[in-house]
Design a protein around this ligand. Structure first.
Ligand code: UT7
Length: 325
């Protein structure tokens, strides 16, 4: 039976101009390029310029996604922006992007699920498109984590970077099989018992400050692979697919060891894994759409390919999405 699917029309991304290398970081905190590369796979990350805000990064990515999709901004009736580093406590960064694109109809809102933000945003948008509420959506992941890092804490400041990525989704009638284009399944999870393992020690209601990111890295690491693979097995089960059917695995880019470990456990071949953590670091909600845009730009991901996404982060939150490009 035919059904409405959220089909990706195109994608785009943006990275701030400034690149911060491991060697440069090693001049301000006690670390080495060797330690960072060995433990994380990260070699460099991009850092937003003074005054450059999350909405600026998001706007660049949104414009690139619209151009790649060959659609006009005024055809968008929904913007969902995943971020943990909004311009302001309110209004939502999404409405700044909406205004920047000259859109005056439909709805725009932010969604906060930390590193899982993009997968959460895809899932929520997919549900809204499939009900017929909206027709064409921009889903954006945009972050300026450099603004919430404690630059004296070597256990966290070497890990994160800034950036933004976006996709345009359109509700389209499809035959209703796994051969359909569009989002085939999404699976979201959270477990708040772990909230103190990765958090920001400030906020409007608690300290009236922005705060800094704090993480028990080893504890997060310990749970990551099991949680990631769990929601991916859910995706396989829901679609009747397996690791061999996947054309591209586009995971959240936090740590090369976590990505390699997950792919290995799932039986996904290393050449099917899209890896950007070496150049971007962990850009939280922006990491998946940045990696997608990378693999589309160099023509690895093509129309008809089966693409598997996953993320895990603060909360803990975690989730997966499977889609046919
Ligand atoms: O996106 C959200 C999800 N977040 C993640 O997925 C992050 C998950 N965690 C990780 O990726 C890893 O746990 C880290 C990369 C954060 C740390 O790697 P690790 O292998 O778990 O190292 P560790 O925390 O066990 O630390 C090992 C040692 C410690 O020294 P001692 O106690 O063994 O003497 C640290 O103090 O490495 C030390 N260390 C560093 N040394 C040089 C910690 N950070 C650094 C550093 N440079 N930047």
């Amino acid at each position: 039976m035919s059904q409405i699917r959220s089909v990706v029309l195109g994608c785009g991304s943006y990275l701030p101009a400034r690149i911060l290398s491991n060697d440069e970081l090693a001049r301000s905190v006690e670390t080495t390029d060797e330690w960072i590369v060995q433990r994380t796979g990260i070699r460099e990350r991009h850092i937003a310029a003074p005054g450059e805000m999350t909405s600026d990064l998001a706007l660049h990515a949104a414009r690139a996604a619209l151009a790649n999709s060959h659609v006009q901004a005024d055809s968008i009736d929904l913007i969902v922006l995943a971020t943990s580093t909004p311009d302001f406590t309110f209004p939502a960064t999404a409405v700044t992007v909406q205004a920047g694109l000259g859109i005056t109809r439909g709805a725009a809102f932010d969604l906060q699920a930390v590193c899982s933000g993009f997968v959460y945003a895809l899932s929520v948008t997919d549900a809204m498109l499939r009900t017929g509420m909206y027709k064409r959506a921009l889903v954006i992941g945009a972050e300026t984590f450099s603004r919430i890092l404690d630059w004296n804490d070597r256990t966290t400041c070497v890990l994160f970077g800034d950036g933004a990525g976006a996709v345009v989704l359109e509700a389209q009638e499809q035959p209703g099989t796994t051969a359909d284009r569009g989002i085939l399944t999404t699976h979201l999870r959270s477990d708040g018992r772990h909230k103190s393992k990765l958090y920001v020690d400030g906020g409007p209601s608690s300290t009236q400050t922005v705060g800094h990111l704090r993480m028990e890295g080893r504890e997060v690491f310990k749970h990551a692979v099991a949680m990631i693979t769990d929601v991916i097995y859910d995706a396989f089960k829901a679609t009747g697919t397996s690791a061999e059917d996947i054309d591209w695995f586009v995971p959240h880019q936090a740590n090369k060891r976590i990505i390699d470990g997950s792919a290995h456990k799932l039986g996904i071949a290393p050449e099917k894994v899209v890896m950007t953590v070496d150049r971007h670091g962990n850009t939280s909600a922006a990491s998946i759409p940045l990696a997608l845009a990378d693999a589309v730009a160099d023509r690895r991901i093509k129309r008809g390919h089966l693409v598997l996404l996953e993320a895990m982060g603060g909360g803990f939150t975690w989730g997966s999405a499977m889609l046919r490009w």
